[in-house]
Design a protein around this ligand. Structure first.
Ligand SMILES: O=C(O)C(=O)C[C@]1(C(=O)O)C=C[C@@H](O)C=C1
Length: 360
């Protein structure tokens, strides 16, 4: 016999009470872990452990919950447990409502102390100074390529990468009126203006495009002037009380941005192997024929896959370059260590930016 709505809801209420008791039991255990870590002086945030918890539960999941539901639910549970151990302060390019904030919450869950910063430089500075324990910075966009400022700052920073996450970036045109009429200027971060240029050329060809420090700042400014529009997320529309005058105006429907999570090595040393890991490094090679080819040889020899290879000018005026390389694997695997050692021997400059679990 099928159950009535009242009966089903009563059953859900009973399950929720069991969940609440189980979650509080879990939180109490995390509190004990926190006491242990404080006594040992070891880091609270352990991304490889969190990745292993989520992978384990996804593998054990009988359904009907989907794998990504399991990941989202446990990310929030672990965020809350972690905050009980010690609240983690996370810096990102602000103000509230930016994609960087969204990336921070996607990675750490919502139980964090948010430290919005006025620029990417400031995120690095705040994290290096200890104002925040972690920083979240954009590194690459699927339409526009690398975020040059972040890559350049990696070169000299004492921070290292301990994680990554990527977001589907959907840009909307936000303004006080729900129409495209009488717009004098569109204000957004230069990356967003570039990612929407096809739409802007087609729909607002004669309107001024003004670069501002972040999309959320553009949205904030649009809320102060009816003739201005911003390009930003749905969240920014809610945050600043604006209409979405046009939805999803980015030229590439699958526009994604990848973010790196950075911290001082004393906050968190290189995470242990999670099974799906990545090593990021910056190298430069002597300016001679075949030098770039040579750096690929150790990778082939030791069977290590390269998932990323970017170049940035070394600013020496000599047409020299830094290469940003991502390798798959973890230094605990002998073939990865052997490839890194061989590579180091070939490079004029060699810096490991971090070893971390692969993100979503
Ligand atoms: O296992 C730990 O080290 C914990 O602190 C517990 C826990 C969790 O809630 O499962 C919380 C924070 C860490 O980042 C990893 C996992």
């Amino acid at each position: 016999m099928t159950k009535t709505l009242a009966e089903l809801r009563a059953a859900i209420d009973a399950v929720d009470r069991e969940l609440l008791a189980a979650l509080n039991h879990r939180a109490a255990l995390a509190n004990e872990v926190g006491d242990l870590k404080r006594a040992e002086g070891t880091p609270v945030f352990r991304p490889e452990r969190e990745a292993a918890v989520i992978n384990g539960l996804q593998n054990a999941n009988p359904g009907p919950l989907k794998e990504n539901n399991v990941a989202n639910i446990w990310r929030e549970i672990m965020s809350a447990c972690r905050a009980l151990e010690a609240p983690q302060r996370v810096a990102f390019l602000g103000p509230a409502g930016t994609f960087s904030e969204q990336a921070a919450v996607q990675f750490f869950g919502s139980s964090i102390e948010r430290v919005p910063c006025i620029s990417i430089d400031e995120v690095f500075r705040a994290t290096a100074a200890g104002t925040a324990q972690f920083g979240v910075v954009p590194v690459e966009n699927s339409t526009e390529g690398v975020v040059a400022r972040s890559l350049d700052l990696f070169l000299n920073t004492p921070l290292h990468i301990v994680g990554e996450t990527s977001l589907l970036v959907r840009h909307n045109l936000l303004r006080q009126a729900n129409s495209l009429k009488d717009i004098e200027a569109v204000l957004a971060h230069p990356q967003a203006l570039a990612q929407c240029q096809g739409w802007l050329n087609a729909h607002l060809p004669d309107v001024e495009r003004r670069a501002v420090s972040s999309n959320a700042e553009g949205a904030r400014l649009a809320s102060t002037n009816p003739a201005w529009a911003g390009i930003a997320s749905d969240r920014a529309a809610t945050e600043f009380g604006l209409h979405i005058a046009a939805h999803a105006i980015q030229d590439d429907a699958f526009n994604r941005t990848r973010f790196a999570v950075v911290c001082l090595p004393q906050t968190l040393n290189a995470p242990e192997a999670s099974g799906k890991d990545c090593v990021s490094l910056i190298v430069s090679v002597p300016n001679r024929p075949g030098a770039v080819h040579d750096i690929l040889v150790p990778l082939k020899k030791h069977g290590v896959s390269m998932t990323r290879f970017e170049s940035r000018p070394a600013r020496s005026g000599q047409w020299e370059y830094y290469f940003y390389i991502d390798l798959q694997g973890h230094p605990s695997q002998p073939q990865v260590t052997a490839a890194l050692e061989d590579l180091r021997g070939l490079c004029a400059f060699y810096k490991v930016l971090g070893t971390y679990p692969l993100g979503e």
